[in-house]
Structures are given as structure tokens and as C-alpha cells.
Design a binder for this molecule. Structure first.
Ligand code: AR6
Length: 182
């Protein structure tokens, strides 16, 4: 399977992840799983209190950076939320590995729970200040690589909140597709 076929299962849209009808949506959480601003605040508001109850009951010690945990979706259209903890950008090489690992952890939860469709926000590029031009290709390459070995995942949709984020992902996807097009 070439990268072309893998990237056929990746979609980019500009929008609000809380409105997605994929089986799961990703959240850009913090390691205390304490809730916060940005997409995390929006998901907890839209999903309702059951998300935090689920987190407190099942993951009282939080979640390490680069990992993810799963809860129900509460009042969201999505049945599940994948709470991923991306790195706070430091400029060190480990940032890229932790960011890739956060996406892989979400995808691995999808495989374990039979989730075939998932939507992701741009993890770490808001409050955690990961530069978009670096984060977008890492996010896309990590997902594309996972899809090659996991045909059970039918769709990964990146839901990018603002036009600059959407443009950065669009450009990164074109580079990845262009390089591997047959
Ligand atoms: N749908 C999709 N994307 C969104 C939405 C939305 N409704 N709202 C914001 N974004 P951020 P981080 C975008 O800061 O950098 C929180 O306080 C946003 O425009 O949400 O990983 C957590 O509790 C940006 O492109 O996440 C953590 O403490 C992207 O989501 C910390 O922030 C990520 O921005 C995590 O920081």
C-alpha cells in the first residue's frame, strides 16, 4: 500500500471538533487531565460533566505527556473522547517524539476499542506553542504511517479551528502526497 492510499483515509476540514460525528474525537488535554482552555474547555463544555467524572474515576493520577486515555463522549455526538497529552514546546528533539506518540496513543486506543472513525485537533499548537509548520507534518506523517499497518481505521479527520492552522496542514499534506505520489 502506497502513501497515496493511506492519505485517502485522512481528511482535513476547518471547523469545531465538538460538532463532529466521528465515533471518537481527540482532545488536547494536560497531564493532570484537569480540563482547561482551548479545545479541552470546548470539549468538556459540550460533552458535559460525565467526561470529568469518567476521568477522575478511571485516571485519578492523570496521563503522562505523549500518552492518551479514553472516556465516553457524554452529550457529544461522538461516542468516545481520546484525551491526548501533547508536549509543551521546548525546542528540544524530544518534542517531536512526544507529539507523534500522543497521536499514536489515540490511534492505538481506536484499534483496541473498534473505533473506525476519529477526528483530531491540532495537538500542542495552541497554549503549548508548538510551531504549526513543525507540528503539522509530524501529525500527518504519524497518522499516515499508522494507517499503513492498520486497515481497520477507515477515516482520520483533522478538524482545524482557524484558517492558519488549516492552511499549514493543507500545505504539509500536499508535501507528503507529492513526495510519495506514484
Ligand atoms: N475545535 C477544534 N480545534 C480547536 C477548538 C475546537 N472547538 N478550540 C480550539 N482549537 P489548545 P494545546 C484549536 O490550546 O496547545 C488547554 O488548557 C486551537 O485553535 O487547545 O495542546 C489544556 O487543558 C489550536 O489550533 O491545545 C492544556 O492545558 C488547537 O486546538 C493545554 O491547553 C490546540 O490548542 C493544551 O494546549
Amino acid at each position: 500500500m502506497g502513501l497515496h492510499q493511506m492519505t485517502d483515509r485522512i481528511e482535513l476540514v476547518q471547523g469545531d471538533i465538538t460538532q463532529q460525528e466521528t465515533e471518537a474525537i481527540g482532545n488536547a488535554a494536560n497531564s493532570r487531565l484537569a480540563g482547561g482552555g482551548g479545545v479541552d474547555g470546548a470539549i468538556h463544555r459540550a460533552g458535559g460533566p460525565s467526561l470529568m467524572e469518567d476521568l477522575k474515576a478511571n485516571y485519578p493520577r492523570g496521563c503522562p505527556t505523549g500518552q492518551a486515555v479514553i472516556t465516553g463522549g457524554g452529550r457529544l455526538k461522538a461516542r468516545y473522547v481520546l484525551h491526548a497529552v501533547g508536549p509543551v514546546y521546548s525546542g528540544k528533539p524530544k518534542d517531536a517524539e512526544l507529539l507523534a506518540s500522543a497521536y499514536r496513543a489515540c490511534l492505538s486506543l481506536c484499534s483496541q476499542h473498534g473505533i473506525k472513525t476519529a477526528a483530531f485537533p491540532s495537538i500542542s499548537t495552541g497554549a503549548y506553542r508548538y510551531p504549526l509548520k513543525e507540528a503539522a507534518p509530524i501529525a500527518l506523517r504519524t497518522v499516515a504511517a499508522y494507517l499503513t499497518t492498520h486497515p481497520e481505521i477507515a477515516l482520520v479527520r483533522f478538524v482545524l479551528f482557524d484558517s492558519a492552522t488549516y492552511a499549514a496542514y493543507q500545505q504539509a499534506l500536499e508535501v507528503i502526497q507529492g513526495r510519495f505520489a506514484s
